[in-house]
Design a protein. Sequence first.
Length: 105
Amino acid sequence: MPFANSHINKEECYMIKPLGKNIVLEKEEKKETFINGIYLPEDEKSKSHIGKIIAISTEVSKDEAFEGKINNKVLYRQYAGTEIEFNNKKLVLISNEDILGVIEE
């Protein structure tokens, strides 16, 4: 079992195991904006910084201060993490310290 040492959403397993104090998020894509049929491209300031936790490293999962869990939506710092595309999904590998809060639905 390749992920015995981390907490991972098995239904959405992307084969990326976060190490150290890192977390893998699936980035929430902002919807395209149209005004009167004209596409308005998204600029850096308006990008969504919300993601769904899909994997948590063992070190983070042992940290009682970290309140995030698999499948939680979280808000993260604007320029934090490393964005990657993997299996046609936009993911962010990010430090747990760059998670600003859990979004309650």
